[in-house]
Write a protein that binds this ligand. Structure first.
Ligand code: SAM
Length: 264
């Protein structure tokens, strides 16, 4: 804008998001469990199972590429990445699929690296962590990624459309964009119960467990502001993706949703 107000506001938003995630990094897993009553684990398991990452060497053509190149954006503490690698290895017998976890926040990445040390993927070429802003992935080449995932990340981005365009750029033709994010509850009664839980219990749990009411208040508000299922589906289409079926799958009555797009 003329006086750069938008830029200042955007920089402040980015700073605020940064502070929130630095502050929650060490208590992140416990808080997720408490706030979602453990359900976020089931959503993440379903997300990964449904994407079925990996290339089974027994059923792939002999000259097929080995494994998938997966980019997990806003990958934070590695929750999605570890599941992807476990699935590829144990379900698809694929020991080549690799995941790059990209996140804007060094503290979240540090937690991820710490967790990786307890995994079979530590110090292997199958798992990499990079500090990056989803809106500008210069370090990732065009058409190099088979699967782009973003779980509970995109609602924090300042320019969601720019991030979706970057996803499109880095994906190979036929590559898949998959997003797991909080969404809109589709039943009025259930929505009333859910809103009560999120607006009163979540900031309170944040205060009691992590001594940080403000960060959790921010998380609840960011969920409220995020576009509806259809609006978000349309944003994915506008970036050029083909959207299969209606474009999304609701989880737990729409508390969360999985959106997918395929690069033609
Ligand atoms: N994907 C993980 C999960 O499902 O548990 C972490 C989700 S956490 C709620 C959101 C993450 O988004 C944080 O780690 C935060 O640092 C990251 N993030 C926020 N804005 C970002 C951006 N512009 N680019 C990349 N990561 C970003």
């Amino acid at each position: 804008t003329h006086f750069g107000f938008e830029t200042v506001a955007e920089a402040l938003k980015e700073q605020k998001v940064g502070a929130v995630f630095s502050s929650v990094a060490s208590s992140y897993d416990t808080m997720n469990d408490l706030m979602s009553l453990g359900i976020h684990r089931l959503w993440k398991d379903h997300f990964v199972r449904n994407l079925n990452p990996g290339r089974n060497p027994l059923t792939s053509p002999p000259n097929a590429d080995q494994g998938w190149n997966i980019l997990d954006i806003a990958g934070g503490t590695g929750d999605i990445a570890f599941r992807m690698l476990d699935h590829a290895s144990t379900i698809n017998n694929d020991a080549h699929t690799r995941v790059t976890v990209a996140d804007i926040n060094a503290d979240m990445l540090a937690e991820g690296r710490k967790r990786a040390l307890q995994s079979p993927y530590a110090r292997t070429p199958r798992l990499k962590f990079v500090e990056a802003n989803a809106e500008n992935l210069d370090m990732i080449s065009d058409a190099s990624i088979d699967l782009y995932t973003v779980a509970f990340g995109i609602r924090n981005f300042t320019h969601k459309d720019a991030a979706i365009r970057e996803a499109y750029r880095v994906l190979k033709p036929g590559g898949v964009f998959a997003c797991l994010e909080f969404s809109k509850v589709n039943n009025a009664l259930f929505d009333a119960v859910y809103k009560r839980w999120s607006f009163s219990a979540i900031p309170l749990i944040g205060q009691l467990v992590a001594s940080d009411r403000d960060s959790y208040q921010y998380l609840v508000e960011s969920i409220e502001r995020f576009p509806s299922q259809t609006e978000f589906r349309d944003m994915i289409r506008e970036a050029g993706f083909l959207v299969p079926g209606q474009g999304w799958e609701d989880l737990t009555g729409g508390i969360a949703a999985i959106h997918k797009g395929v690069k033609p």
